[in-house]
Design a protein around this ligand. Sequence first.
Ligand code: NAD
Ligand code: UGA
Length: 454
Amino acid sequence: MNILCIGAGYVGGSTMAVMAQKCPEHRFTVVDVNAARIAAWQSDTLPIYEPGLPEIVREIRGKNLFFSTDVDRGVAEAEIIFVSVNTPTKTFGQGAGRAADLQYWEKTARQIVQNSAGPKIVVEKSTLPVRTAEAMERILNSNERGIHFDVVANPEFLAEGSAVADMQSPDRVLVGGHDTPSGRRAVQAIVDLYAHWVPRERILTTNLWSAELSKLAANAFLAQRVSSINAVSAICEKTEADVTEVARAIGLDSRIGPRFLQAGIGFGGSCFKKDILNLVYLCEQHGLPEVAEYWRQVVVMNERQEARFVSNMLAAMFNTAAGKRIALFGAAFKAHTSDTRESPALAVCRKLLEERACVALCDPHALENARMDLGADAARVVFEPDPYRAAAGAHAVAVLTEWPCFAELDYRRIYADMYKPAFLFDGRNLLDHKALHEIGFNVYPLGKPPLLHE
Ligand code: NAD
Ligand code: UGA
């Protein structure tokens, strides 16, 4: 079969690479309107940093995995089309700031109709509001040539930084479709692809709307856990409780479980906030204001966490950061990715710039994306890949992304080159706080008592 994926982003690129490796008898093409992105997928430097991905792409590119900008031709030749274009939050008009912006999505649907001569299965890979498939089906099946399209929802649950491993060994794969003869055939075709490597009992089939809603609900639950532990971290700081100890104590309850209980400066990434706001908007649309408000608080709590971290920094540094050099360790929204979309590290950076601090930003893989995301603010930031140089002459170091390399630095050397008193704010509880205190730092972990020198 010819299988096409429209959208060569984090999801399209990674999922198709793994699927193509696991299904060598099929031919996979990933297309995108962004020519630079396609050129990067065809080069030795892929457009995204994802452990394990370059090896797979190198192995199968040109064999059964192809990248192209020719969307029309790709559509014409394909029997199955995955659509994994971006679905950002709408910035204008009705629902601005909450609803999903479906313009790229609808454009894709129309492009599929225009370039199809026969029936196809169209797979929703992007995260979409519930019942988007209904609109998709109407656009696709309103063609005057009598071509029938089946729409299947196959939301993606991979996380960045572990995309390859998540795809190779998913907790579950979800395929939603209509309970009609052709709907069931379409679902089966997608199930058969995954069955090449995923045990059958981990492939769930549901109706279309459950599949669409499950994706939004899964992200809302995950983000809610992060906001819950961050809310606990705020109480810890007022009471001398230790959030790591509390997280361990509650996580050992098998009903709660230990994962996703790491307090930090807040959740980031392109999806959590966008998908919760999308859910909030859906609830409002369906006349459920209390349900909408319930989920909105997850985002409110997250914004509060970023702001609280900066307030704590200021309070510790004698209520002023103006003119002080502050080294920020981390720009990516989490470790093992170059992605800075909605990164809480950049939110902290912007707030410190408002305070007129001199910010030196350090990250092993995300500085280029950070520069782009910061826009005009980038002119006021020193981008420094070397953490020792970033911290030299600084009043404070703040750890904002949990990159393991930041835990392996020589903090004696860093301390020696800093202004005194030297402050260390560990927004991810990554470092050995006691050892840092012994070196001489005033250490402010997150959600635990600070370790200070008089
Ligand atoms: P992305 O922005 O990295 O990639 C989307 C790509 O689609 C872009 O390269 C863009 O140029 C391309 N595109 C847009 N319109 C197009 C068109 N008409 N024709 C061809 N190409 C077009 O986005 P992403 O992070 O890969 O996310 C894609 C979808 O998957 C989103 O709905 C997101 O919510 C969802 N998702 C993302 C993740 C993640 O970890 N990033 C995980 C699960 C689900
Ligand atoms: C998340 C989900 O985990 C994926 O299942 C989903 O497919 C994806 O969103 C999506 O729809 O885009 P991702 O955003 O890549 O994946 O990363 P996560 O590992 O979920 O982390 C999200 C944010 O929460 C990061 O900023 C991370 O630092 C933060 N986080 C996570 C914490 O602060 N504490 C934790 O314990 C866990």
